[in-house]
Write a new protein. Structure first.
Length: 238
């Protein structure tokens, strides 16, 4: 392996250890995250790794932000936000798969890296929208009926939360620009991330609220939908 690859292995190992020590991941969650990190790096290099890092660090920060207020409202993440292996796969599994596909099919690297970025844009948008929307939102609506609904329920959105989600997608899009430069595909990542976040709310209102889907399943599907939207737009535009 190259020096950079060995440095990434060390970086992932230290990150896994610190995540467990800080109570952000379970041991199995950290191991899963490390494997996903290597898959992402294999297909998207430092750009993909930076997206994983941004999602994890910023997601942890917004989840911890005003945690007591969320707990008092019954809206805080279970286990104090400590993520399990299933949650790591739900949020990063699609990105890991796209990384492996990018590595296996170098002729399609541009497409798979775009889909990887879109999945992270959606995951970050979803985390920002739910965690910050529950704190700063003023009025809450069911995404299917657009009628007022209860804060924190599956499929309930607010203007403030939606804008926070746009901000999350923008951050990942910025990292895509740093890795790939400015171009038409930048807008694809941004739009796919926003639409993936909205799809999460639709799935939450339609199926998660009725216990047809778990939260992990909805999170996985929103990242997959974002990746598929990005892939479809790529095929139309390129």
């Amino acid at each position: 392996m190259s020096i950079q690859a060995w440095a990434v292995v060390v970086f992932l190992g230290v990150g896994m250890w610190l995540s467990v020590k800080a109570g952000k991941l379970t041991v199995l969650g950290a191991l899963t995250g490390g494997i996903l990190g290597w898959a992402i790096y294999s297909g998207a290099g430092l750009m993909g790794l930076s997206m994983l890092g941004a999602f994890f660090v910023l997601g942890s920060l917004v989840s911890s932000f005003r945690f007591r207020d969320k707990a008092a409202l019954g809206l805080a993440e279970a286990n104090k936000g400590r993520r399990k292996a299933s949650q790591a796969l739900a949020n990063g599994g699609v990105a890991g798969l796209m990384g492996l596909l990018s590595w296996a099919y170098p002729a399609r690297t541009e497409l798979f890296q775009l889909m990887l970025a879109a999945s992270f844009a959606s995951a970050t948008a979803d985390t920002f929208a739910s965690e910050l929307g529950n704190i700063y939102g003023r009025s809450y609506y069911n995404i299917l009926t657009l009628k007022p609904d209860t804060r924190g329920l599956d499929g309930v959105i607010s203007l403030e939360g939606t804008l926070a989600g746009v901000g999350g997608s923008t951050i990942i899009t910025g990292l895509y620009i740093l890795g790939q430069g400015w171009g038409l595909l930048v807008g694809v990542v941004w739009i796919a991330g926003i639409l993936g976040n909205l799809a999460d709310s639709v799935l939450g209102a339609a199926w998660e609220r009725k216990a047809y889907l778990s939260n992990d399943a909805v999170n996985f599907l929103n990242t997959l939908i974002a990746a598929l939207i990005a892939g479809a737009l790529y095929l139309l535009l390129v």
